[in-house]
Design a protein around this ligand. Structure first.
Ligand SMILES: [Zn+2]
Length: 368
């Protein structure tokens, strides 16, 4: 059994986390007061936290997304974005995360006149401040930004151009998010073509609220290097009664090409992409050696941390330190940071961290 404390100490990497899905409830209340946002359902911090969690667990991606109007509602000023981004870096570092890519759609923060570039600049500035504070507290973290476009809107080309403008300042890739059914990735082909022609990076939310056609378009038309969630790839895998497994053409391609799956089990149960943690395909995909990574998605709405997600997998599927290290190295191999930076984190942070925890565990066993 791994304790939550051991899991927190283990170095981890996070590839799929939304800035507007990870605010501290108290910060939402503070910012609403400071910047005159009067739309909150309650200004009591505990009630608000409970409200977000109830709002998320409604088994529909569209209903899940409704709760974001309030986090986005308080992210309309530069100072608010900086504060939220700085706290995000501190919270992830405190959870033992060594490397994180956190995504945000700058078009959501333009209601009071901020430009896309001003939003991205504030996001990066907040990460710089939060990482400095985390390092000073003895928990160094590398924070990178993914710039997201909303799939139901029509600004993806502008957003993609904005992402590329900030590539040397900490933005490492481009994504699309939002309701999936009815808004397939090829609606945004022009943005993806632009990103590819710039030799920049693409991950796409696909196979969460919609099935295999969305994954297929993301990979074969849009050039996705990773899949956000990708849970529905399991629709292309057949498990027979005798336990033998056969993969269809798309699942075979995803496994053969080592395409990373940014999996977020608790969020998938809340949005209805999986019926329960027990039935979540993450363990089947892990055993089949897909390039699986473990992620949080929305820490506020789903009431999770990366450590709590690892604990959930430990309790449900019996995963231990070895599997945690494998999932973490998968994530570092799949990160959009440059190769030398990824290698450094694997060799200087991840491997020594797990070796240390394994040595401690064997000392405990030897003493017993
Ligand atoms: Zn997501």
């Amino acid at each position: 059994m791994l304790s939550l404390d051991t899991i927190r100490q283990a170095p981890k990497a996070l590839l799929h986390d939304h800035l507007d899905g990870g605010l501290r409830p108290a910060t939402v209340v503070d910012l609403a007061r400071e910047f005159g946002y009067d739309g909150l359902p309650t200004t009591d911090v505990d009630d608000l936290a409970a409200w977000f969690r109830r709002g998320a667990d409604r088994k529909s991606l569209e209903l899940y997304l409704e709760t974001f109007q309030h986090t986005v509602g308080v992210l309309q000023e530069r100072a608010a974005i900086i504060r939220v981004a700085a706290e995000c870096a501190e919270d992830l570092a405190a959870d033992g995360i060594a490397y994180a890519e956190v995504r945000y759609a700058p078009e959501l923060s333009t209601e009071r006149g901020l430009t896309l570039d001003e939003v991205v600049e504030a996001n990066l500035e907040g990460f710089r401040i939060g990482s400095e504070r985390a390092a000073a507290a003895g928990r160094p973290i590398v924070m990178r930004v993914l710039v997201t476009a909303m799939r139901q809107a029509a600004r993806s080309v502008e957003v993609a151009q904005c992402a590329v403008r900030w590539r040397d300042a900490g933005v490492v890739g481009f994504d699309i998010a939002g309701p999936e059914a009815g808004y397939r990735p090829t609606r945004h082909l022009e943005a993806f073509d632009y990103i590819r022609h710039e030799n920049f990076h693409i991950t796409i939310h696909a196979g969460e609220g919609f099935g295999l056609p969305s994954i297929w378009e993301a990979l074969q038309f849009c050039g996705a290097e990773r899949l956000g969630h990708g849970v529905r790839i399991v629709d292309d895998i057949t498990v027979e009664a005798d336990g033998s497994v056969s993969l269809g053409r798309l699942a075979t391609f995803v496994r053969d090409r080592r395409i990373p799956l940014e999996m977020c089990p608790t969020s998938n149960v809340h949005s209805g992409a999986a019926t329960s943690i027990e039935d979540h395909p993450i363990d089947l995909l892990r055993r089949l050696r897909f390039r699986v990574t473990l992620n949080t998605d929305n820490r506020l709405m789903s009431n999770v941390s990366l450590s709590s997600e690892f604990q959930t997998l430990e309790e449900t599927f019996g995963l231990g330190l070895g599997e945690m290290e494998w999932l973490t190295i998968n994530a570092m191999k799949s990160a959009f940071a440059p190769f030398d930076e990824r290698l450094r984190i694997i060799n200087e942070v991840v491997k020594p961290g797990y070796a240390h925890l394994r040595a401690e565990a064997s000392r405990v066993v030897a003493r017993a």
